[in-house]
Design a protein around this ligand. Structure first.
Ligand code: C2O
Length: 580
């Protein structure tokens, strides 16, 4: 066991200051806990208060073995994103130690702005047991709430805003949860300066599910209604493709003045093309949904996000939903008049807009739909069974202000968590783009695109077009892999990927040539840049364009942000390792 942590103790003791030019937040603002915290890095972590009860030495060993087997089979895509040696511990990311919470940072302003979003610390932590479910809460579309439901929701938020500031259930303390878990306030217990980051990995869905779970229970408690359910912003359906009107009343508790005034009643732009034609936006949106839910994913990690384990760096890779519709709506709502797109447009402030929780209720719904509703031939396995995923843990305050530790494994089934969803039709489910055969062929043969190898690593600052060799080896899915995408985490960044695009009109996405996207919400990360990979399944696209037998494809990458910030290390087409 000790050897598993050798690298951590070494790091902590041999280099007391982090090797970056600016002081680490923990060092720049000493807290009463600081000296204690740094000394404790030498401690064997499992004996601390946040040690997971179900991990013994033999468990850890078992996991190591199992993972090696997976790696050997080549079945664990994403392994290349892990730090090769330091990833050896192969344990779940553990809940933070609250007494070592440091100041979170918003680097997006250019000037150093420290924000204290640490929670109040109370005594003991208990392992949370899901209570027995007698009546399911039903989450409904915010566009379809009855006046009574809308009134109750607003009343609950109003009461939450009136709780004393230091009550962990108060509105601002709840908002701070997002700031602390997403902006570098917490380090991984025992892992030196490695941050905890709940985005851009497989922790994205479960973290936010637990966050909303307690938010909902707190609100229900405040109005004495155990059936209270958070509404979801049904942005995947044309009827829900505007900000729900209940959020627009300036006198309501659920109102927030820091929103983009141009988008208050506009049709949402899930593709972030900047197109302003409402009809085109709707079809773009349905294409984005179809692509991120169905067409672009070859396995569960493509949708959920890449593996993120104890001792490994943040942001191994976001899932298709996170980097797609999820990011788009953060940026759509955030106020461009504010220095960092506050509130929704930046992770540290997103939780200050009640609309954030309504947005995430729909993000959470996407997880449920993907797992339970989509045809099973989309991907073979829809649930991650890796113990490093299932045993990852977080801390929250429950509706009685009790500090609790929760595990990912208890968040897989919403009905066990006591809630269900209003049934609404899914117009994107069959939104397969029309066949583009002829034009795609012509475009391809007449293209004089350079070979990919001559362009990479590629600093993305304009539209680029190049040729990539296909594999054409077997029957497995072919995947377009964009490797070592190095991003400035403090900026909004997005690019779209098209294949053999026949018209090159980047304002329109509703075509077979659209392969997928990368996009991120600005946030703080330890080094200001992070490196990530994504992959896009091409099988259906080949079929839609009748290009399965070609030897090469022409890829177009269209940046949607201004200026630099993205470097793509390489691009290649591989066969799905899980099926090859
Ligand atoms: Cu934690 Cu939508 O962000």
């Amino acid at each position: 066991m000790a050897s598993l942590y050798l690298h951590c103790t070494t790091t902590a003791s041999s280099s007391p200051a982090p090797p970056s030019s600016k002081p680490h937040p923990l060092l720049s603002k000493p807290t009463p806990f600081l000296s204690h915290a740094r000394r404790n890095h030498r401690h064997p972590l499992r004996v601390s208060a946040s040690a997971s009860p179900n991990q013994s030495d033999s468990d850890s060993q078992g996991k190591l073995d199992r993972r090696n087997v997976l790696l050997g089979l080549g079945g664990l895509y994403g392994a290349t994103n892990l730090i090769s040696t330091e990833a050896a511990s192969a344990n779940p990311v553990q809940a933070p130690e609250l007494d070592k919470c440091g100041t979170a940072t918003n680097l997006n302003t250019g000037e150093q702005l420290d924000i204290n979003c640490c929670p109040p610390i109370t005594g003991n932590i208990i392992d949370y047991q899901l209570p027995p479910v007698y009546n399911l809460r039903t989450r409904k579309s915010a566009h379809r709430l009855t006046p009574t439901e809308a009134f109750k929701y607003n009343l609950a938020i109003e009461r939450m805003k009136k709780l004393p500031e230091d009550d962990p259930r108060s509105f601002m303390q709840q908002a701070f949860i997002h700031c602390a878990y997403c902006n570098g306030a917490y380090n991984q217990p025992g892992q030196g300066d490695l941050d905890i980051q709940v985005h851009n990995s497989w922790l994205f869905f479960p973290f936010h599910r637990w966050y909303l779970y307690f938010y909902e229970r707190i609100l229900g408690n405040l109005i004495g209604d155990p059936t209270f359910a958070l509404p979801f912003w049904n942005w995947d359906n044309p009827k829900g493709m505007t900000i729900p009107p209940i959020f627009l009343d300036p006198n309501a508790a659920i109102y927030d003045s820091k929103r983009n005034p141009a988008n208050l009643t506009a049709v949402v732009d899930l593709g972030m093309t900047g197109n302003t034609d409402p009809m085109q936006l709707v079809t773009n949106n349905l294409t984005v949904m179809y692509t991120e839910m169905i067409r672009g994913n070859a396995d569960v990690y493509d949708f959920m996000g890449q593996p993120y384990r104890e001792g490994t760096p943040v942001s191994p890779g976001p899932g298709s939903s996170e980097r797609g519709s999820h990011t788009a709506l953060h940026v759509f709502v955030g106020d461009p008049r504010e220095p960092s797109g506050e509130d929704m447009g930046n992770f540290y402030s997103a939780g200050r807009d009640p609309l954030f929780y309504c947005h995430h209720a729909n993000v959470d719904r996407m997880w449920t739909l993907w797992k339970d509703v989509l045809p099973s031939d989309v991907v073979p396995e829809k649930t991650i069974t890796d113990p490093d995923y299932l045993n990852a843990s977080f801390l929250f305050y429950d509706e009685n202000a009790q500090l609790v530790r929760v595990y990912v494994r208890d968040s897989i089934d919403t009905r066990k968590m006591g809630y269900d969803l209003q049934r609404i039709d899914l117009p994107w489910l069959d939104y397969r783009p029309p066949i583009q055969t002829a034009l795609a062929r012509i475009k391809k043969t007449s293209s004089s695109a350079p070979k990919a190898a001559t362009l990479f690593p590629l600093k993305l600052n304009k539209v680029v077009r190049f040729e990539v060799q296909k594999t054409k080896k077997g029957k497995a899915d072919e995947l377009l892999v964009l490797e070592d995408i190095t991003v400035d985490t403090t900026k909004f960044l997005k690019f779209d990927v098209f294949v053999n695009d026949e018209d090159d009109n980047p304002l329109e996405l509703d075509k077979a040539a659209y392969a997928g996207t990368y996009a991120q919400v600005p946030h703080k990360a330890p080094k200001k840049t992070s490196t990530t990979s994504i992959r896009l399944k091409l099988t259906d696209l080949y079929e839609d364009m009748d290009i399965a037998d070609d030897d090469t494809i022409v890829v177009t990458i269209v940046p949607r942000h201004e200026g630099p910030g993205v470097t793509i290390g390489g691009i290649k087409i591989i066969e799905n390792p899980a099926k090859a």
